[in-house]
Design a protein around this ligand. Structure first.
Ligand code: UT7
Length: 322
């Protein structure tokens, strides 16, 4: 028994912030942002929109594409670093919004790897016969945790959500997934306060935002993703020439280009959305996947390599026969 992606969906807030808009907020330039990151614009949630509301819209679209209804869903996993609340978890909020009852519903906080971690969990439930229709979501409202006066991070991130529905299949489907992490790098990319650490500071109004040593993260991301690609191909028993599409985490165009080079893949076979979405962390891969499915680039039967790297550090991949 395998799992397969029966449908994809995504949702972006309507509000767009361009590089030109950011030039008015911090000392930066469209030229710097485009050449160093590949980003031109990003979507930003309104105060009324939340991670669970974006997730719900993405989920509705994935369920419609898969031809399933709320009564069919029997498992919900959401990867996110920016939950609506400390608890209940985002997946339960999505469950309620969709009118789904009596299913497992949980969220995972593995930063940019959240969707791949959630996908890997769901794959196991489907493979074991414990789920017949799993909803897997990656969603973020990163705009809420950005320090909008820090040009080193404010220009990078965006909001959005992507989702897939997994169903059982006699043939893969998900060929293999690979997950990993190394907590020794926790200080290179983090939000400095949480619940059991620094909550009092947040309560008393301390200024806080995502902190990143960009240059060090960049080098580790390129090296780790290079190793990850090799390990994934070996684990899946696949030669790199067999991959039809690379669907990478969208943090920086230069990191994506390095991964494509490693695979000897022309950029025409790489799904790139960072230009329009910025870095949406856990949402970036399902957003990119849905974009390329809906515009007709990704076709049924093709082999996809999904790969990600983010805060923790955490990283992971999935080889998917779509
Ligand atoms: O998704 C999770 C994983 N995250 C990533 O993978 C992100 C990895 N890192 C990166 O993408 C890149 O390191 C950044 C895009 C964040 C930065 O690019 P960089 O080429 O590594 O630049 P840098 O940090 O080395 O900074 C170069 C210069 C510095 O000025 P000096 O010291 O050379 O005078 C920065 O102060 O660029 C300056 N700078 C900016 N200038 C204009 C930093 N941010 C900006 C900005 N606008 N927004």
């Amino acid at each position: 028994m395998y799992s397969r992606i029966a449908g994809t969906g995504s949702y972006l807030p309507a509000k767009i912030v361009t590089n030109a808009d950011l030039e008015k907020m911090v000392e930066t330039s469209d030229e710097w942002i485009r050449t160093r990151t590949g980003i031109e614009r990003r979507h930003i949630a309104t105060p009324e929109e939340t991670t669970s509301s974006l997730s719900t819209e993405a989920a509705r679209r994935a369920m419609e594409a898969a031809g399933v209804g709320p009564e069919d869903i029997d498992f919900i996993a959401v990867g996110t670093t920016t939950p609506d609340l400390i608890f209940p978890n985002v997946a339960t909020l999505v469950q309620a919004r969709l009118g789904i009852h009596d299913t497992p519903a949980f969220s995972l906080e593995t930063a940019c790897s959240g969707f791949i971690y959630a996908l890997s969990m769901a794959d196991k439930f489907v493979k074991l016969g414990e789920s017949k229709c799993a909803l897997v979501i990656g969603a973020e409202c990163l705009s809420r945790v950005i320090d909008w006066t820090d040009r080193g991070t404010a220009v990078l991130f965006g909001d959005g959500a992507g989702a897939v529905v997994l169903t059982p299949s006699e043939t893969p489907g998900l060929v293999t997934t690979l997950l990993s992490a190394d907590g020794q790098y926790q200080d290179l990319l983090k939000f400095p306060y949480g619940v059991s650490f620094g909550f009092d500071k947040l309560r008393s109004g301390a200024k806080a935002g995502i902190q990143m040593k960009g240059n060090e993260v960049f080098k580790l991301a390129v090296n780790t993703l290079s190793r990850l690609v090799d390990q994934t191909l070996v684990k899946g028993g696949i030669d790199k020439s067999e991959i039809d599409w690379l669907v990478p985490h969208q943090a920086n165009l230069r990191i994506i280009q390095a991964a494509a080079k490693k695979l000897d893949m022309p950029m025409e076979r790489v799904v790139v959305t960072v230009r329009d979405h910025g870095n949406t962390s856990a949402a970036s891969i399902p957003l990119a996947l849905d974009t390329a499915v809906r515009d007709g680039r990704i076709q049924r039967g093709q082999l996809l390599l999904l790969e990600t790297f983010g805060g923790g550090f955490t990283w992971g991949s999935a080889l998917v026969r779509y």
